[in-house]
Design a protein around this ligand. Sequence first.
Ligand SMILES: Cc1ncc(COP(=O)(O)O)c(C=O)c1O
Length: 397
Amino acid sequence: MMKQMIYFDNAATSFPKAPGVAEAMSAFLANEAANPGRAGHRMAVAAEKMLDDVRLKLTRFIRGADPQRLIFAMNCTDAINMAIKGFIAPRAKADNTHVITTVLEHNSVSRPLQAMADAGRISLSRIPADERGFIDPEAIEKAIRPTTRLIVLTHASNVLGTIQDAAAVGRIAREHDVLFMLDAAQTIGTVPIDVEAMHIDLLAFPGHKSLLGPTGTGGLYVGQRVPAPAEGEGEGLRPWREGGTGGDSSTPVQPALFPYFLEGGTPNTVGVAGLGAGVDYVAAHDPERTLEHEQRMIGRVIERFADDRRFRLYGARDAKRQVGTVSINLLDFEPSDVGSILDDSFDTAVRPGLHCAPYAHRHLGTFPAGTVRISPGPFNTEQELDTLLDALDQIAS
Ligand SMILES: Cc1ncc(COP(=O)(O)O)c(C=O)c1O
């Protein structure tokens, strides 16, 4: 068995998972693990019901209106690709399809958009952050053109932890009749999300970070303004993966029925069973208190090192405006060396490097070595944090 570590890498994936997650997965696997919706027998019906229950829980958690518009995905990247590649038409042209995004985005947003820009399918504006790591909603508004179709924003930077004013961007998008997509990878489970009130048309999220579910889970919520291609007027969301959808096998192409047309293939039912237990735990433990706990922890990192000349802190240095994520560097040390020393000599896990967000690091002047990212989760203790802070102090000395 692996030696127990002090785990401060929750922005990558949470560990440990919520109590009950492993048990729910194991029970589902042992008793009900048939293929949902693929047959009329009792086990298939039970598996389908489990999916529907978790769909409903997640929809309620984000205050969505219609659980049928909650699509299960493999992770947040899958959901983001489903949304971007589903919404931008295959024959779109850069002169009539403009997309706005920011320098804070993860590669799961930046890479598909950049590839589309390189292929001449979209023109792309990447809005800079201020020096504290915030995007000004007005800068997004100023970038809107008559051809703007989509705004894509990360709810919190996975490098700096800075929480963006998503509601203001949603309002602007709605006023200009542009679709708004929010990447909630770093916020769902701690920062409140209300897709209706915040005017979010496409919400992409992982199940395996602050929702405390297993890896291999995530979702996309599709708001009412985004139709399936065969519904309503104009363009809609095309499936970027086609195949078996369970219910209707007769149509030669993907049936335009939410959620199934976007869920081709056998879903990760075992993972979803675990995610359901994760959401139950998160909802029962007041996400805002969890956020406060994590903010208190990064507040202590900021307090300890902000005025210490051996350290450099990045971003807002204001825990109240961050999720539980903070980036630091030790002067004269490569971030990767700090990560290795913490791992080898202090049994402590952090994440050094670029965190899949190269534009953010270029913006911070930390490209290509990156930073050391510290991301506590709900189960970290003050004592664990003391160990980490003392270890960093010792390394710097
Ligand atoms: C802001 C952001 N977006 C997207 C992702 C991709 O999430 P996943 O690993 O679930 O694909 C991450 C992962 O860390 C992230 O931090």
